[in-house]
Structures are given as structure tokens and as C-alpha cells.
Write a protein that binds this ligand. Structure first.
Ligand SMILES: Nc1nc2c(c(=O)[nH]1)N[C@H]1C(S)=C(S)[C@@H](COP(=O)(O)OP(=O)(O)OC[C@H]3O[C@@H](n4cnc5c(=O)[nH]c(N)nc54)[C@H](O)[C@@H]3O)O[C@H]1N2
Ligand SMILES: Nc1nc2c(c(=O)[nH]1)N[C@H]1C(S)=C(S)[C@@H](COP(=O)(O)OP(=O)(O)OC[C@H]3O[C@@H](n4cnc5c(=O)[nH]c(N)nc54)[C@H](O)[C@@H]3O)O[C@H]1N2
Ligand SMILES: [Mo]
Length: 754
């Protein structure tokens, strides 16, 4: 490695500051996070972690760190951490457990999984996980190593990120993100980079969520450099308050908004004719479709005035370059794929593709890819691949990541159709309290399983309700790991001894994978696997750590003009036509509409006006807050103090109309059920819309059923059905109807206050 090259930084990885030892590392998970921020972990003479700080030398976060990493010592040393493997001894839900050795745990898993494999086929074991943490790649390897094609999550419509990813792969053949200079170690000083003239923040709040490997503060950096902002959000977020234009959209209508922008841009000829001509397929068909969605009509649908939509579309299309940072709200409508497709069309027809300050296709330095490409899926037998759940109903699943479809998995668990599912490996997911729709249905499905293994840092309502074996895992300072995802490579360096007998998720997957399939998982230790991933760097994991290396790669723009996008070296994009497919041949072949469209949420003022009379409030959910990552961190006092209760945000006019005030506990009810929230009055919302927290449970309440940590009264997802979009992707987690009324005195879901 040439450390004189500025792309390959060499820094000390461990040093002494007075009585404290400092270990340089990269944060990933656990606890949950999508990022890989550079951190400095401080330990005392006894080897105890005393604090964590942002690493100023790491180009990714440049010293910044969020409150959840600052609170990390409290997470790692929390008395409720799972410390050793445990097996269930009472009934499910009784919360009775007995400590077992790792040997016994592994024996049980191997014996049972192999027995199901022999009798029902490897597909009868499903490997399930929560959002992308430092478990995803390991889970995939273990699943395909075992021989099952069924790796999935428990989210209806897999409505997080995967709709956007699938839509991008299908129409562009690659993955693009807003270019905030993140591919360069010198960041904003990099001469080949240009700041976006305009950034559109669409259905996300990156300042808080820092989702999908994108750090929200990069937006603030660009704003300081002069980037203009357009924010599309039903709530006046911090960024929206600073934007040039804020479009206060009705939840669930993002496809209509994108089609309206396309209407303005195409009618006013604000698109990039050369790029459209050279690099896209189906512009005329797109224009024909867009004409069905005139901006004046879309203004009524989205509840945003026509002039505002037009002004935003013009500002976006005339700003060169322009970037769009999109988020979860795009995924969380049932017809999310066409919404993603319409937004992709926006940056494509304006020529903002793989240019400085536009949307860039991501690069993996030195080919180092922790995911191992398809996680080993390609090694499965044709017979195994053919029975991946959901593939027959949703042929689009052939494109992009090789996942099984979540709603269909739950159906199969309940019905044995198309075949019996016997066991679930459930890693990094509190599915009943957070990820799953209709948690009662999910609980039934899980409790039909003969064997559920749950792998977590803490015991959750899901574990108590459904698990047979609990395996403890590690927080990031307790383990070695590798952050080799996009942009740069960095080590996750072990800084402290594990507090219990936990193993890292990677260790579990490699050790068990090796037992199940030494051909696909030839490595015996995690470090050996990392060495293999790092082959292209010509360093081993240890050498890289000792060199204190942070590795970037030469980043090139306009890769499609250089033959770098496609495997075959031809120019263009990795699609059948070699172009960005505005008219998608992949969708067409999958029996889907090849062009973008808007469909109302299943329940809305327009799709179900009668229901809107009974449930007269539009309900969105889950806008992130600082204090927790999903259902995590509720037991961490200094974080819980920031958000002690599950909140619903309501406009004061609406609150007055229903006779509720600040701090009142209310029921939010629809025809599926009701759930409690505490009222926070705010004018950031349209009076017709309210927003509720997701992922609540009370670690301080009774674990045993029926309480399950007091989960049922506050479990928002009782209001959400399992109901995916036509493609198998997308579900209405953020666009429902409801009514609200006060909780009777004494029946509040109130818990302790820190
Ligand atoms: N602190 C923290 N960070 C997290 C997480 C966490 O739980 N806590 N979760 C992580 C995960 S898995 C994810 S997927 C990401 C998600 O993070 P983001 O993609 O940023 O999404 P959200 O925070 O859910 O919502 C962002 C905004 O969408 C708005 N919104 C709601 N409905 C709509 C709509 O219909 N249309 C539009 N345009 N906007 C709408 C909300 O008002 C909110 O301001 O965050 C990740 N980061
Ligand atoms: N109503 C509504 N519901 C939503 C959302 C919404 O916006 N609205 N957002 C949805 C989204 S986008 C997502 S992605 C899902 C998220 O759903 P999940 O990813 O299932 O999140 P959690 O419920 O917090 O469960 C994560 C569990 O993993 C454990 N954990 C953390 N780090 C690690 C680790 O490194 N290894 C292991 N083995 N375990 C770890 C935590 O302790 C926790 O118990 O929730 C969804 N639910
Ligand atoms: Mo997510």
C-alpha cells in the first residue's frame, strides 16, 4: 500500500492520552445504525470504556457524532444486556429461561436445522433480520451457506430502502446517491467535486436519521457552501425551515408530486435533451404518461398549491448540478416502486447522472465488499433458488437483491403453503414491537414455528413472545469488524473485552456457516473472512489495523461514458438496453406497468371518502428522533430522558377540535385497532395530518405475556395491515386514516420518567 498517496491515509490506531487509552475505530452496529462514523474509544486503566468521541481525522463524519454513540458506554454496560446463551424452559411468553453453553446452543441449532432440512428441505428454515446493520451480510452468508433461499425481513412490502434499491437496479442497473463529496478523503476541497446548486430532500430527515450510509450533516455543509434546498415533507423539519421551498405534501402522494414535476419540466422543456437522447430509453412514452398527471390536478391531490410545485420543479431543473436525497417515505406507500421510478426519471432527464454534485453511482474501494456481492446466493442449487418464497408471485424479485418476499413468508408460516416453514433465525429485529405490520398476525405466524432463534443485545418483547433460544451479540467496541460498504474502507477495532459471553454476528455466521457448508464458508475465523474481503488492498485485516488505514479509491464521474458501469465493459448502463430505462423493460417482463404512475394509499380522503368521514385525520408515523434507533435505546436513561414517552404530534387547532391538550394521553384508532400516544402540540403539521412515533415498548414493565413489556397499548403497527404493492415492494406504513380521543383517566400507558 502506498501511504504517500493521499487516498490511503495512515494514522495511529491506538495511543495513550494521560491515563486513558484511545482506540481509533469505525462505528456500525450494535446498537443499530446505518452509518460507519469514525470514532475514538477511550478506555481506562482497567480496560473499561469511559467515553466515545467522533474521529476528526475520519473524512466520513469529520469528528461529528450523534447522541447515541455518545451514550454508548451506557448501552454496552447496561445491566439488561444479554450475557450468555439461554434456552426457553417455560411456555413461550412466560419469560422463563435457562443458561446454556455455546456448545449446547450450537448443537441444538445444527441438530434442529439439519433435521428440518432432511425432512422439509433447507427452504423450511428462514433467515430473517431487521434493518441494515452489521448483520446483513453475515445473515445472507449463513442463509445461503445453509442452503435456504429464504433470507428476508418482517416488514410488509419490505418497505424500507429495498423498494428504492429495486427500482434503481431495475431502471438504471446501479445504485446512485446525492454527491456531497463523500467519495473523496479531502471532501469539500476536492477539485473535481462541485457542490450541488440545489438539493432536494425528499421524504427523509437526514439531519436526524443519517440513513442508508448518508450523513445528514453533509447537507448542512453544502448549504454553508451555498446549495439551495427544496424539502418535500408534511412536517416543517429543521431543514424545511431553512429551505428555499418547502412543499408540505399530503402523506402518501410522492408519486403524484414527482409526476407533477415531470409535467412541468417536460412541458417547459427544462430537461437535458442531449442526455435524454444519448442515454435514456422511452422518453416519449414517459412524456405520454406524464401528460395524464397535469400539475393543476396533482396540486389538488398533494394538497400543495400549483405555483409552489411549479416553482420547485423549475428551481430543481434549472439548477446545475442538482441532487435528490430521498428517504423512507418513498418506500412507505403501497405503490412505492412507481414513485421511485418517477423520482429517478427526474434526475435522469435533467442529466444529473454521475456528474459532480449530481447523483453518483457508488464505488467500492479495491473491490472490497463485505457483502460478498450477492452474499453467496449464486452458489445455491437451482432447485433451492427456484423455491425462494415470493418469486412466483413477484417476478421482479429476480432483479436486485436475492431476498424472499416478507408478506409471503408470513403467509407461508401461517398456512404451510407453498411449503412448511419450521424454523426462524431472527437476527437484529424486534419484529413484533417495531418492524412487522399487524403484530398479532405476526405473533401467530411465529408461534406456529417449531424453533425460533433470536440473536440480540437485549431481551425484547419479540424474544419473550416467540423465541426458543436467545443468543447474545456484541456492541461495536467489543468486536473486530470491517466497514467495507461504500466510499471507504475502515476497520472496526476491538477496544474492550466483551462484557459477557457474547459473540459478534459475524463470528456466529462464520462459525455456523462453516459447520453447515465449509465450501461456501471456508473461513474458520472472522479475521480470515476479512482478509479475503481485503484481498484487493494487499493487506490483511491486522496489517490494515496496524497501519491505521482509512482507504479511499480513485473516484471517477461519468462511468457510463467509460465502460465502468456494465460487467461487459461496454458503454452505458447495466440495463438490457444499456440506457436508463424511463420505460422499464424489467418491469414489463415482470408483468408490471413499465411507466411510473400514482395510486392513492389504500385508505385516504380520496380513495375511501366514507372511511374518511369516520376516521377524519390523515396519519403518518415513524419520523425519526435523536434518542432511539427504532425500538432500541428505550432502557438507556440518558436517551430515554430525551423522549420518555411515545409521542403524537398534533396541530393545536386539531387538538382543540377533539378536546385534547398538550401532554394528554389519547387513543389513535382505525378499523384495525387502537394505540396510545401522548400529545405534543405543534404547528409544523397541517391540521388535517398527525404524526405518531413507532417502535415503542417499555423495558421497565412486566416482560411476561400478556404484558410483553407493556407493548400492546403502544404498538403503533396494530393499525397497519400486511398489504404490499403490486411488485411485492412498498406498504402504507406512513399513510393511514384515524380518529383520536382521550384515554380514560387511570388507563394511560404512562411509564416511569427518568
Ligand atoms: N435516530 C434514528 N435514526 C434512524 C432510525 C431511527 O429509528 N432513529 N431508523 C433508520 C432507518 S431503518 C431508516 S429506514 C431511516 C429512515 O429515515 P428517513 O429516510 O429520514 O425517514 P423518516 O425519519 O422515517 O421520515 C422522514 C420524514 O418523512 C416525512 N414524511 C412522512 N410521511 C411522508 C410522506 O408521505 N411523504 C413525504 N415526502 N414525507 C413524509 C416525515 O415528516 C419525516 O420528516 O432512518 C434510519 N436512521
Ligand atoms: N409505524 C412504523 N413502523 C416502522 C417504521 C416506521 O417508519 N413507522 N420504520 C420501519 C423501518 S424503516 C424499519 S427498517 C424497521 C426496523 O425494525 P428493526 O430493525 O427490527 O428494529 P428494532 O425493532 O429496533 O429491532 C432491532 C433489534 O436488534 C438489536 N440489535 C441492534 N444492533 C444489533 C446488532 O449489531 N446485532 C444484532 N444481532 N442485534 C442488534 C436491537 O437490540 C433490537 O432489539 O421498523 C419499521 N417499523
Ligand atoms: Mo428502515
Amino acid at each position: 500500500m502506498d501511504f504517500d498517496n493521499p487516498l490511503q491515509k495512515q494514522l495511529p490506531w491506538r495511543w495513550q492520552e494521560g491515563d486513558l487509552t484511545v482506540t481509533r475505530s469505525n462505528a456500525w452496529s450494535g446498537p443499530g445504525c446505518h452509518e460507519g462514523c469514525g470514532v475514538l474509544i477511550y478506555t481506562d486503566k482497567e480496560g473499561k470504556m469511559v467515553k466515545v468521541e467522533g474521529d476528526p481525522e475520519n473524512p466520513f463524519n469529520q469528528g461529528r457524532l450523534c447522541v447515541r454513540c455518545l451514550a454508548l458506554p451506557e448501552v454496552t454496560y447496561h445491566p439488561d444486556r444479554l450475557l450468555y446463551p439461554q434456552k426457553r424452559v417455560g411456555e413461550r411468553g412466560e419469560d422463563k429461561w435457562e443458561r446454556v453453553s455455546w456448545e449446547e446452543a450450537y448443537d441444538t441449532i445444527v441438530t434442529k436445522f439439519n433435521a428440518y432440512k432432511a425432512e422439509f428441505g433447507p427452504q423450511s428454515v428462514v433467515f430473517n433480520q431487521g434493518t441494515g446493520r452489521d448483520v446483513t451480510w453475515a445473515n445472507g452468508r449463513l442463509c445461503y451457506g445453509f442452503g435456504s433461499p429464504n433470507s428476508s425481513d418482517f416488514q410488509s412490502g419490505m418497505a424500507c430502502y429495498l423498494p428504492r434499491l429495486s427500482s434503481l437496479y431495475a431502471t438504471t442497473g446501479s445504485f446512485l446517491v446525492a454527491d456531497c463529496s463523500q467519495h473523496f478523503p479531502d471532501r469539500y476541497d476536492e477539485p473535481s467535486w462541485t457542490r450541488p446548486e440545489c438539493i432536494v430532500i425528499w421524504g427523509c430527515n437526514p439531519i436526524i436519521s443519517n440513513a442508508d450510509g448518508f450523513l445528514g450533516h453533509w447537507i448542512v455543509d453544502c448549504m454553508k457552501l451555498g446549495s439551495k434546498l427544496i424539502v418535500i415533507d408534511p412536517r416543517l423539519t429543521w431543514l424545511a425551515a431553512k429551505a428555499d421551498i418547502w412543499l408540505q405534501i399530503r402523506p402518501g402522494t410522492d408519486a403524484a408530486m414527482a409526476l407533477a414535476w415531470l409535467d412541468v419540466i417536460i412541458n417547459e422543456k427544462l430537461y437535458d435533451e442531449d442526455f435524454v437522447e444519448m442515454w435514456t430509453l422511452g422518453f416519449d412514452e414517459l412524456a405520454g404518461r406524464v401528460a395524464e398527471y397535469p400539475v393543476e390536478k396533482m396540486a389538488e391531490i398533494t394538497w400543495v398549491p400549483q405555483e409552489k410545485i411549479e416553482a420547485a420543479a423549475r428551481l430543481y431543473a434549472t439548477s446545475k448540478p442538482a441532487a435528490i436525497q430521498w428517504g423512507l417515505a418513498i418506500d412507505m406507500t403501497k405503490e412505492s416502486l412507481p414513485a421511485g421510478q418517477a423520482i429517478t426519471a427526474l434526475w435522469s432527464i435533467t442529466g444529473n447522472v454521475d456528474i459532480p454534485g449530481g447523483m453518483v453511482t457508488v464505488a467500492l474501494p479495491y473491490g472490497a465488499d463485505i457483502w460478498g456481492g450477492d452474499w453467496g446466493y449464486s452458489h445455491l442449487s437451482p432447485e433451492a433458488k427456484a423455491v425462494r418464497i415470493g418469486l412466483d408471485k413477484y417476478p421482479l424479485l429476480q432483479w436486485g437483491l436475492p431476498l424472499a418476499q416478507a408478506d409471503e413468508i408470513v403467509e407461508a408460516m401461517l398456512t404451510d403453503d407453498p411449503y412448511p416453514i419450521k424454523a426462524i433465525w431472527l437476527v437484529g429485529s424486534n419484529a413484533l414491537a417495531c418492524m412487522g405490520a399487524d403484530p398479532e398476525k405476526l405473533m401467530k405466524a411465529l408461534n406456529r414455528m417449531e424453533f425460533v432463534v433470536n440473536i440480540d443485545l437485549f431481551k425484547t418483547p419479540t424474544a419473550v413472545a416467540c423465541a426458543d433460544l436467545l443468543l447474545p451479540v456484541l456492541t461495536y467496541p467489543e468486536k473486530n469488524g470491517l466497514r467495507a460498504v461504500w466510499y471507504h474502507i475502515g476497520n472496526i477495532n476491538k477496544a474492550i473485552e466483551p462484557v459477557g459471553e457474547g459473540k459478534s454476528d459475524a463470528q456466529l455466521a462464520i462459525e455456523l456457516g462453516h459447520i453447515f457448508n465449509p465450501d461456501l464458508v471456508p473461513w474458520e475465523t472472522v479475521e480470515e473472512y476479512f482478509d479475503a474481503v481485503l484481498e484487493g488492498t494487499e493487506m490483511t485485516f491486522e496489517e490494515m489495523r496496524d497501519a491505521g488505514a482509512v482507504l479511499y479509491t480513485d473516484f471517477e464521474y461519468k462511468k457510463y461514458e467509460k465502460g465502468y458501469e456494465r460487467g461487459d465493459g461496454e458503454l452505458g448502463f447495466n440495463t438490457p438496453s444499456g440506457r436508463i430505462e424511463l420505460y422499464s423493460t424489467a418491469y414489463e417482463r415482470s408483468g408490471l406497468d413499465p411507466l411510473p404512475y400514482f395510486e392513492e394509499p389504500t385508505e385516504s380522503p380520496f380513495s375511501t371518502p366514507e372511511m374518511y368521514e369516520e376516521y377524519p385525520i390523515v396519519l403518518t408515523s415513524g419520523a425519526r428522533h435523536w434518542a432511539s434507533f427504532h425500538s432500541e435505546h428505550r432502557q438507556i436513561h440518558r436517551l430515554r430522558a430525551m423522549r420518555p414517552d411515545p409521542i403524537v404530534e398534533i396541530h393545536p387547532e386539531t387538538a382543540a377540535k377533539y378536546g385534547v391538550g398538550e401532554g394528554d394521553w389519547i387513543w389513535i384508532e382505525n378499523h384495525r385497532g387502537r394505540v396510545q400516544r401522548k400529545v405534543q402540540l405543534t404547528t409544523i403539521l397541517d391540521p388535517r395530518v398527525i404524526n405518531a412515533d413507532h417502535g415503542w415498548w417499555y423495558p421497565e414493565k412486566e416482560p411476561a405475556a400478556p404484558s410483553l413489556y407493556g407493548m400492546w397499548d403502544v404498538n403503533f403497527n396494530k393499525l397497519i395491515p400486511w398489504d404490499p404493492g403490486r411488485s411485492g415492494f412498498g406498504a402504507n406504513y406512513k399513510s393511514l386514516l384515524c380518529k383520536i380521543y382521550k384515554v380514560n383517566q387511570g388507563e394511560e400507558a404512562q411509564s416511569w420518567l427518568p
